[in-house]
Design a protein around this ligand. Structure first.
Ligand code: TYD
Ligand code: MG
Length: 454
């Protein structure tokens, strides 16, 4: 019997070592090295040449002038939000990794897409049984015609079935459950994940079949497995949202075939994920009664303008140290804005509890919502409601100055479309002459905002 070969892998970054050591010299993490058994063989899971009839071609360099530039062909999915995030649709041969917390809806999203695709799809699950998948499929609104389900975890067996079924699209749920015969360590270990992914990439590139992989994430939000996994695949998507809220956001963290600015929004319903094509309408409550402590911000997510509602509660602190909390908003930035209000506008907020919430359970890091945050805090502090048809789009600087933000034009247009009568922006914003019905209020200092609102 051949000698068993083992290697130490850093579980954090995937670096490989011959000997154990306390600290990974590559990522500087401690105690992350784990011994894994590796046994490489010549033949790999996906036999190259299986589709090309066994004829192997050694690639030769070609002058870039001679490469035909074709319009990239995209396989459009019936899911417009998914297409948008991918940059137009699935590119043949692309390997896409979808990460997200457990229970967020990764399997639901990909099964729903698989059921509705007008192509032949093979959905391989190592997590659920056929019956469980069928039960889930029955809940989803779909007219499945060409979707095959396989419950298997060994890559060699999966490739055998692929040759029988010959799918146009392959879905793997999840990469952490797969194992390859050529590596001895257990499923989910770094060397297995690396090996299975590279076998699947080889398959995708040779047959021009798009492969969608589901990946688990660790508790700190990274995709479990080596960082290398993210380098290997073409596209990394992240499915996020608060499990207790219904909205889910799909973002691209890396995309070789499109922009990473785009964003897809879904709503989890009893019958699967519904695409939300006009997010502003659902994120703003249609409350006729005017309440103090709420303000509307015109933000931009990806390339889409979205209007969101910000709620603040300012109350006298019960304990010695006042509490500050921000849901969906950076706490450091909240503290900074409170300090600016204290120093530049003379509001005594030092002894007050401040709670901030962005409704809908979404997280926003666009600085353009600063002014709405400030307005919501002041409105709660003064207990005076802000007139419901006003929205805000500006950043607040440390000197209390109101700073301009990007894409003002888009924000103004979206606010107008949703029936707002006034939008407050920075006086330095460069806005081309727009024929708008909405009143554009330009301000340069916090004090001006205060006197305009109250
Ligand atoms: P799931 O896709 O299993 O999550 P993941 O694969 O990311 O771990 O998501 C399951 C959750 O979604 C579960 O809590 C139930 C909920 N769900 C719905 O609300 N509606 C549905 O139609 C389906 C299929 C699931
Ligand atoms: Mg799942």
């Amino acid at each position: 019997m051949a000698k068993v070969k083992t290697t130490f892998y850093c579980q954090n970054c995937g670096a490989q070592y011959a000997k154990w050591q306390g600290q990974c010299t590559s990522c500087k993490e401690w105690n992350t090295l784990v011994e894994e058994v590796v046994q490489k063989e010549e033949t790999k899971g996906w036999k190259s040449g299986a589709v090309t009839g066994g004829v192997k071609r050694a690639p030769k360099p070609i002058s870039i002038k001679d490469i035909a530039s074709e319009e990239e062909f995209r396989m459009r999915t019936p899911n417009t939000e998914f297409n948008r995030v991918l940059g137009g649709g699935l590119v043949p041969g692309a390997v896409i990794l979808l990460g997200g917390e457990p229970g967020i809806g990764k399997s639901t999203l990909l099964l729903q897409i698989a059921l509705n695709l007008p192509f032949k799809v093979l959905y391989v699950s190592g997590e659920e049984s056929e019956r469980q998948i069928k039960m889930r499929a029955d809940r989803l609104v779909a007219t499945p015609n060409n979707c095959y389900i396989l419950t298997e975890t060994k890559t060699q067996n999966i490739f055998k079935q692929i040759q029988e079924v010959d799918p146009d699209v392959l879905v793997i749920d999840s990469i952490q459950t797969l194992h390859s015969d050529y590596i001895e360590s257990s499923a989910g270990s770094i060397s297995q994940i690396k090996e299975c992914t590279s076998e699947l990439i080889k398959f995708a590139k040779e047959t021009h079949t798009p492969v969608l992989l589901i990946g688990h994430i660790t508790k700190d939000g990274n995709i479990a497995g080596p960082k290398i996994l993210e380098h290997m695949v073409d596209t990394v998507l992240q499915f996020e949202g608060d499990r207790n809220h219904v909205y889910r956001i799909l973002r691209a963290h890396k995309n070789r075939f499109g922009s990473t600015n785009e964003l897809g929004i879904y709503e989890m319903q009893g019958a699967g994920l519904r695409e939300v094509s006009n997010p502003s309408e659902i994120l703003i409550s249609k409350n006729e009664e005017q309440l103090s402590g709420t303000a509307i911000a015109a933000t931009v997510e990806g390339l889409r303008p979205i209007l969101i509602e910000i709620q603040a509660l300012v109350s006298t602190a019960v304990y010695g140290t006042p509490q500050r909390s921000g849901t969906g908003f950076n706490l450091k930035r909240l503290n900074m804005l409170l300090a600016v209000l204290e120093k530049r506008a003379g509001f005594r907020l030092g002894a007050k509890d401040v709670f901030l919430n962005i409704t809908g359970g979404i997280t926003v890091d666009d600085p353009a919502i600063d002014l709405a945050v400030v307005a919501a805090i002041l409105s709660s502090n003064e207990d005076i409601a802000i007139e419901g048809r006003i929205c805000f789009a500006a950043e607040v600087g440390l000197a209390g100055e109101i700073r301009p933000v990007t894409r003002v034009e888009q924000r103004v247009t979206e606010a107008e479309k949703l029936g707002f009568t006034t939008i407050v922006i920075s006086s330095q914003s460069k806005l081309p002459e727009l024929k708008t019905r909405i009143e554009i209020k330009k301000v340069s200092k916090i004090e001006e905002v205060v006197s305009f609102l109250f």
